[in-house]
Design a protein around this ligand. Structure first.
Ligand code: F0G
Length: 454
């Protein structure tokens, strides 16, 4: 059969509250044109994030009931640890309440003021935690990664020549190399095994550890299976094991590729680093066998990790985004190509060329999509990345809108509704206006900034 169906049946549903355009215009204006300030029951299709929004399976809800809430040594922890280790292999697995807590733990331990940490592209919380430690977060994607319309099978790859040159120049102030799989900020694009191997080799030659931000590791492994020479016949868990065997450790948000609503971990091989991390964990997150999570969350993650590497699921998952991307492309909406693993990315700078980057075309498009159809997406562009640590503002490399697909939540007709919203927007896009920021916090301004239409 050609049709790739949702490989699940729906056992439990949540109603969606429908709204009118007039209501949405009022709600967005009251929210100061910041989509993060909306109440989620005022959103019809919520594509703000794929993080923590997965539909858990019956088996996960069953596992929740077996959760053991003991402070120390709960069986839930050992089931979690075994499930994580089975896929990633690291010696020490340290639970955290979500991915950024793992990043905070890692960077407060390894980064010092004046240091620099290169990556294919840091996610915003990773960047925030590196900068909070006084260090610099440096992005070294391949050039294709910054050109939305160019097709490349592994657009998330790191520019290895740039990494080599960076370490030659800045080796003494570089405590580690990072690699984000898939490359979320760069469009949900995958990284090849060959590229991870290359980065690991360069890092090792300079005596630096390689850490993988593994949030969407299963989607990355699926793309490796589909696109990398010699990988087509291999099982997903084996590809996953190969990816992590090249690294010295990882940070993880279990809110993505573990189908959990909360959770994460830091995993490392280095005994001394693990010891320091566990000591810090007790101060900030909790005892090392729960790390800020309930035992039931640990069990949901353990079960989710078994389900996430299922090929029928991954085939459907990646197809959902490819379907919307292809439909938008066919109607002339500029999209990041090929489709990423967890989201559809629209090139708002190309879609709305009359709005200059410092009037935030990505944000303008995200606001218009909400007003038009009640769909909530997220700007990944100059609002998110334009304010530099020295206080100056400059256009980001790209102005994208991300429509992130929650896992196992929406169906084909929701996808068609999204496409129809773009038909409507395309017809009146020249009338869309940019925005200006009237209030912003010091860091990660996109979450809480307030805007006015210009
Ligand atoms: N790294 C990447 C690549 C991410 O996408 C995220 C979160 C994190 C780290 C932090 O994990 O949320 O559990 O603390 N991304 C979400 C998103 C928020 O919408 O892309 P967290």
């Amino acid at each position: 059969m050609k049709t790739i169906i949702e490989p699940f049946r729906i056992k439990s549903v949540e109603p969606i509250r429908m709204t009118t355009r007039a209501e949405r215009e009022r709600l967005l204006s009251e929210a100061r044109y910041n989509l993060f300030k909306l109440h989620s029951d005022d959103v019809i299709i919520d594509l703000l994030t794929d993080s923590g929004t997965s539909a858990m399976s019956a088996a996960q809800w069953g596992a929740v009931m077996t959760g053991d809430e003991s402070y120390a040594g709960a069986p839930s922890f050992y089931r979690f640890e075994a499930a994580v280790r089975d896929l990633v292999g690291f010696r020490h697995v340290i639970p955290t309440h979500q991915g950024r807590a793992a990043e905070h733990l890692l960077f407060t331990l390894i980064a010092r003021p004046g240091d620099a940490i290169p990556s294919n592209t840091h996610f915003d919380t990773t960047r925030g935690n590196i900068e909070a430690a006084g260090a610099e977060a440096v992005d070294l994607p391949i050039p294709e990664g910054r050109k939305p319309a160019i097709e490349h099978p592994f657009k998330g790859n790191m520019d290895l020549a740039a990494l080599e040159a960076f370490l030659a120049d800045h080796g003494p102030r570089t405590p580690a190399v990072m690699m984000t799989v898939t490359n979320n900020a760069g469009g949900g694009q995958p990284v090849s095994l060959e590229n991870i191997r290359g980065a690991a080799k360069i890092a090792r030659a300079h005596g630096k550890p390689l850490f993988i931000d593994g949030c969407r590791f299963a989607e990355n492994a699926w793309f490796i299976k589909l696109r990398e020479a010699g990988q087509g016949g291999r099982a997903i868990p084996d590809i996953v094991r190969d990816m992590f065997a090249l690294a010295d450790g990882m940070t993880m948000s279990a809110k993505k590729d573990a189908f959990a609503n909360i959770g994460g971990w830091l995993a490392v091989n280095d005994d001394a680093l693990a010891e320091a991390a566990r000591t810090r964990l007790i101060q900030t997150e909790g005892f090392p066998t729960y790390g800020g999570l309930a035992g039931r969350d640990l069990d949901a993650i353990a079960q989710g990790l078994k389900e996430i590497v299922d090929e029928d699921y991954l085939r459907y998952r990646v197809r959902t985004n490819a379907y919307v991307t292809e439909r938008l492309d066919a109607m002339g909406v500029p999209v990041v190509k090929p489709a990423g693993g967890h989201a559809v990315f629209i090139d708002a700078r190309a879609f709305l060329p009359h709005i200059p980057p410092l009037q935030y075309p990505g944000h303008a498009l995200a606001c218009a999509l909400y007003e038009e159809a009640g769909i909530r997406g997220c700007e990944i562009g100059t609002v998110m990345f334009g304010r530099k640590p020295d206080g100056t503002e400059a256009p980001a490399a790209m102005d994208l809108v991300r429509l992130a697909m929650p896992r196992r939540v929406y169906t084909q007709s929701h996808a068609d509704y999204i496409v129809e919203a773009f038909e409507e927007l395309t017809a009146r896009k020249d009338a869309l206006r940019g925005l200006k920021i009237v209030k912003e916090p010091k860091m990660m301004r996109h979450f809480r900034a307030e805007f006015e239409k210009v």
